[in-house]
Design a protein around this ligand. Structure first.
Ligand code: DHB
Ligand code: FE
Length: 290
């Protein structure tokens, strides 16, 4: 059986990708940020999974206002880095895992979640920046990646509670796949930031750190945070944090009925918080299942 070994949480600021691609990570502005991910890159080398189930949001790159899927699962064999206006990032093509992705689609849809099945898609900074932060600049990404796109751009967006429940369903799906794959689940985006309007530049360190505390120790409570609180407290783009709840809901301490039992709380192997990166507060966690 496949199983979830760990979950990783990280912001996805596009300027971080530019700093990596242009060799500027040791500049004074960026050095403290990248220092916070040094441990993570070593951890990733020692704990390379077979597959990353990567929860992220597309920023009107693959999807536009023409089609707005709430939850979309990438079932293709590969996903090319998108051109977001300055040419595609010079990073490897993302190799998918069509077999596991199709199984997860089947299982999660039968657990009553509506997923859009995507057989061709380019991936933007929401997916490639977290991979760069965790894996550096390899010739090939170290494992297969299943992109899972969540609409947090155009309202109505899914609630944190629904995202958490979806995480539980994804765990059931992964644990019912009959190849012995090691899978990590990543929740990306956040933390507090607002890119437009009168409050552009908003950062809320207190909210962010309380969110990290809650996500670690009381994820059920984190899942109950209503939309309006993210927007008020963490800014309009702070709503990206609901995606972290999908990853947290898939961890093995989260109980769900009789078939998904609650295990030990996860081990916090790394926690990092840094302001600023562009307009964004950067948060990062690595949680291992015991
Ligand atoms: C920034 C952050 C984001 O999450 C994003 O998608 C685009 C830009 C920023 O801080 O610049
Ligand atoms: Fe974003």
């Amino acid at each position: 059986m496949a199983n979830i070994t760990a979950s990783v949480y990280t912001s996805h600021v596009p300027a971080i990708g530019v700093a990596i691609d242009q060799g500027r990570t040791q500049e004074p502005y960026w050095q403290p940020l990248f220092q916070g991910y040094e441990f993570s890159r070593m951890w990733m080398q020692d704990n390379t999974p077979d597959v990353i189930f990567l929860v992220y949001n597309d920023h009107a790159t693959a999807f536009s206002l023409d089609i707005i899927p709430t939850f979309a699962i990438g079932c293709a064999a590969e996903f090319k880095p998108a051109d977001e206006g300055w040419g595609p990032r010079p990073v490897p093509v993302v190799k998918g895992h069509p077999q596991l992705a199709a199984h997860i689609a089947q299982s999660v849809i039968q657990q009553d979640f509506d997923l859009t099945i995507v057989n061709r898609m380019e991936v933007d900074h929401g997916l490639t920046v977290p991979l760069s932060l965790m894996c550096g600049q390899p010739q090939q990404w170290p494992c297969a990646v299943i992109p899972f796109a969540v609409n947090v751009v155009q309202y109505p967006v899914p609630s944190g509670r629904r995202c958490f429940e979806l995480g539980r369903a994804i765990r059931r799906a992964i644990e019912s796949f009959d190849l012995p794959l090691k899978v990590q689940i990543w929740g990306t985006g956040g933390m507090s930031h607002q890119l437009q309007g009168a409050r552009a530049g908003l950062i809320n360190k207190e909210f962010d750190n309380l969110f990290l505390d809650k996500l670690i120790a009381d994820p059920e409570a984190a899942a109950m945070i209503p939309h309006i609180d993210y927007v008020r407290e963490a800014g309009s783009e702070g709503i990206e944090l609901v995606m972290w709840l999908i990853a947290r809901g898939a961890m093995s301490d989260v109980k769900s009925g009789s078939d998904v039992v609650g295990g030990q709380p996860p081990k916090v192997v790394h926690r990092f918080y840094h302001v600023p990166a562009s307009n964004t507060a950067v948060g990062h966690l690595i949680l291992e299942n015991k």
